[in-house]
Design a protein around this ligand. Structure first.
Ligand SMILES: Nc1nc2c(c(=O)[nH]1)N[C@H]1C(S)=C(S)[C@@H](COP(=O)(O)OP(=O)(O)OC[C@H]3O[C@@H](n4cnc5c(N)ncnc54)[C@H](O)[C@@H]3O)O[C@H]1N2
Ligand code: MOO
Length: 390
């Protein structure tokens, strides 16, 4: 068995980042910027008022000083004239500061009588003017790769970038295998259960940026599995779930091998998730996940989501690990790295009492995977441990 780290780096070795496509800015949130882009404008394009008030000459600003108001500058329509000594222009937030002026007195600090104003308040040190290019200048580089968040979208809009080059979404085909499975909403027979893993993984990988397709459930026959794998044609990543272990009905490895799978590894020293398999099948990446629901989701978190990010051109890296104190004593760990379902509360980590890999209710309660290294001895409450937030 190989380690989790080895498995992940072998998986990253199978990744070829995808090509780019252009999308309208309104569809770019959450997508990964594929190429550097540069600002098509300077922002603000002119020195702009930061306040509503009066634009004057800074050297004339003093309590008691009076000015003649000679015009008005509003956002979207500046004042074409020049502010000379003794003069002021009415100005509003966002308006270009007229020539000659270099100070905006807040209207709260002024009394007005017809076309004249008097400074009545303490004006303070700020000129209340945003310099041209104070945010960015034409040509300012926005670097790829980056997953575009709402603030990035606002910035790109402000740079007048209406179309954005993003990495194509990886197409992920999800195949549940097993005679016992039916789709949510169907009526299961007496020995059947509902397929949950494809739905959990779809949610997880969509959040990572994939376009996921749930294929029909494959029965535990070579022909049915082959049909499902054939239907996955065109996917960048094929994920099978279940049928990965050693039982008589665990057929994924054999059928995939018969169809040409070049296997990269099988079995990882981790708990849950041991019977994980990966390789390349007719040009696509393939991962065979174990069927136990928590095992499948943990493998999704540790391997499939990072692979989706790597396909998107983001750095190939493990999920972020943080550290916290154990709230309780924990027993010694065995020969597999253990990803314990745990709750992090008030900075303390408590592993949940039942770690069976079939328990989705436990996974749903957990907000952390507490990582126990291989053969870690028993540890007392207060010991610092690594965890992955989930
Ligand atoms: N003799 C051994 N038995 C098992 C071993 C072993 O080393 N020797 N490994 C165990 C481990 S660890 C795991 S994990 C499981 C993985 O088995 P499979 O990948 O072959 O999964 P299945 O047998 O098909 O299913 C296991 C379990 O999960 C349920 N399942 C499967 N698919 C789904 C789905 N899409 N949605 C919801 N539930 C699903 C299935 O009904 C089973 O209950 O093997 C152990 N056995
Ligand atoms: O590895 Mo299995 O994934 O322990 O449940």
């Amino acid at each position: 068995m190989i380690s989790v780290e080895e498995a992940r780096s072998l998986l990253f070795g199978l990744v070829t980042p995808l090509d780019a496509e252009t999308v309208p800015l309104v569809q770019a949130a959450g997508r990964v910027l594929a190429r550097d882009v540069s600002a098509k404008r300077t922002q603000p394009p002119f020195a702009a008022s930061a306040m509503d008030g009066y634009a004057v000459r800074a050297d004339e600003v003093a309590k008691g000083a009076s000015f003649e108001v000679i015009g008005e500058a509003a956002a979207g329509s500046g004042f074409a004239g020049r502010v000379a000594p003794g003069q002021a222009a009415r100005i509003f937030t966002g308006a270009p500061v007229p020539e000659g002026a270099d100070f905006v007195v807040l209207q709260e600090d002024v009394s007005r009588d017809g076309d004249h104003i008097n400074i009545t308040g303490d004006t303070g040190a700020s000129h209340n003017i945003r310099p041209a290019g104070g945010d960015f200048k034409t040509g300012h580089r926005f670097a790829a790769p980056k997953r575009l968040d709402p603030a990035d979208i606002a910035l790109l809009a402000s740079m007048n970038i209406a179309e954005v080059p993003v990495t194509r979404k990886p197409v992920v085909a999800l195949i549940s295998t097993g005679n016992e499975l039916v789709m949510p909403g169907e009526t299961p027979g007496p020995d059947q259960i509902i397929a949950s893993n494809t739905f959990g993984l779809k949610a997880l990988l969509n959040l990572a940026g994939a376009e996921t397709r749930i294929l029909p459930i494959a029965l535990d026959t070579p022909a049915s599995l082959q049909t499902a794998l054939d239907l996955a044609e065109g996917a960048d990543l094929i994920i099978t779930i279940g049928g990965a272990s050693v039982g008589d009905h665990d057929l994924v490895a054999q059928v995939a091998a018969d169809m040409g799978l070049e296997r990269t590894f099988y079995k990882v020293a981790m708990r849950p998730g041991k019977p994980l398999m990966a390789g390349r099948l007719n040009g696509a990446m393939m991962m065979g996940l174990p069927g136990n629901p928590v095992s499948a989701m943990v493998c999704g978190t540790l391997f499939a989501a990072p692979v989706v990010e790597a396909l998107l051109g983001l750095p190939a890296r493990a999920p972020e690990r943080l550290q916290a104190e154990l709230a309780v004593d924990v027993a010694a760990n065995g020969p597999r790295e253990h990803y314990m379902r745990a709750v992090l509360k008030d900075g303390l980590l408590t592993p949940l009492p039942d770690q069976d890999s079939s328990l989705l209710s436990v996974l749903s309660t957990a907000n952390a995977l507490l990582i126990r290294p291989v053969r870690d001895p028993a540890q007392p409450a207060g010991h610092m441990v690594d965890y992955i937030p989930i």
